[in-house]
Design a binder for this molecule. Structure first.
Ligand SMILES: NC(=O)c1ccc[n+]([C@@H]2O[C@H](COP(=O)([O-])OP(=O)(O)OC[C@H]3O[C@@H](n4cnc5c(N)ncnc54)[C@H](OP(=O)(O)O)[C@@H]3O)[C@@H](O)[C@H]2O)c1
Length: 271
């Protein structure tokens, strides 16, 4: 049975839901009546714990996990292949920032594969299901800490790898690709927006040399708002912080946005 927003629960997939902000996003959404939440995780033990904790805290029994490695397109394809029923909201949140340059088994620089291609492949692979489930949304958790994108060196083969630079590049890319996907998916009733969550102490922020002044729940607030605010809010292709739209000059670079989209397509088996 195909369920829609009006006649059944809204199904939400949150990646990186064992991490600081992702777990808070998943918990806050699970607390909203009418939402079922699927935690997309790479570590099964952590995934089980997160499901238990979120179900207990919210009383929502419609919380489950799926295993996926978002840095590998084949793993994402398998997840989509076994997906049953609708998906109304995809929250792309999983990210890393290893201090030394690493590669996936496919030979792609790990931070680019996880933070950029992971988001891209998930949107691409779920786009048909999102379309069938529309009205639907994609929320890309990005950052204000963004910049240094080099389209000729997305994988740090020419530049010396520095994890902060690679991270800033990946978050700029999240914001630019939000615009590219928003334009492509708007005709099908799918809204795509990006946001800065908040400054939260986490494995990721620690590897970048930061602590964090906000709680995970504070960091989750803007992504959750984008995921669950009434469907009348029709903004798409925009960037938000503190639940307010913020002008994003990265997204205004039309040539760069399209070039980056095409570059990501070349990493995709579905191109
Ligand atoms: N923390 C901040 O201050 C801050 C500020 C701005 C933006 N952000 C953004 O917020 C998001 C969440 O960050 P966070 O601080 O909550 O980080 P975190 O606590 O380190 O969580 C990262 C999550 O991503 C998962 N993950 C990493 N690689 C994966 C892979 N290949 N496949 C599947 N899952 C994977 C991790 O899984 P494991 O649990 O198995 O490691 C973890 O659940 C990121 O997009 C980040 O860029 C964070």
């Amino acid at each position: 049975m195909v369920r829609t927003e009006n006649i059944g629960p809204r199904i939400v997939l949150v990646t990186g839901a064992t991490g600081a902000i992702g777990r808070a996003i998943a918990r806050q959404i699970a607390a909203v009546p009418g939402y079922e939440v699927v935690l997309a995780c790479r570590n099964e033990e952590k995934a089980r714990q997160a499901v238990r904790e979120i179900s207990q805290a919210t009383g929502n029994q419609q919380v489950r996990y799926e295993l996926v490695d978002v840095s590998r397109q084949a793993s994402i394809s398998k997840l989509v292949g076994r997906w049953q029923g609708p998906l109304h909201v995809l929250v792309n949140n999983a990210a890393i920032s290893p201090r030394s340059r690493q590669e996936t088994p496919e030979g792609i620089e790990m931070q680019f594969a996880t933070n950029v291609l992971g988001y891209f492949w998930l949107i691409q692979a779920f786009s048909e299901i999102l379309r069938q489930s529309a009205p639907a949304r994609v929320v890309n958790v990005a950052s204000y800490y963004a910049g240094d994108l080099d389209l000729r060196d997305l994988e740090f083969k020419r530049r010396r790898y520095h994890n902060g630079t690679a991270y800033r590049q990946s978050k700029q890319a999240n914001r630019m690709l939000t615009v590219a996907w928003a334009e492509r998916l708007q005709p099908y009733g799918i809204l795509v927006n990006a946001c800065h969550p908040g400054d939260v102490n986490s494995a990721l922020s620690n590897s970048l040399g930061f602590g964090g002044s906000q709680s995970p729940d504070e960091g989750a607030r803007t992504p959750v708002w984008l995921a669950t605010d009434p469907i009348g809010q029709q903004r798409t292709g925009k960037y938000f912080a503190d639940r307010r739209e913020v002008r994003c000059h990265f997204g205004e670079d039309r040539v760069g946005v399209e070039a980056l989209y095409q570059a990501c397509l070349r990493y995709s088996n579905e191109a």
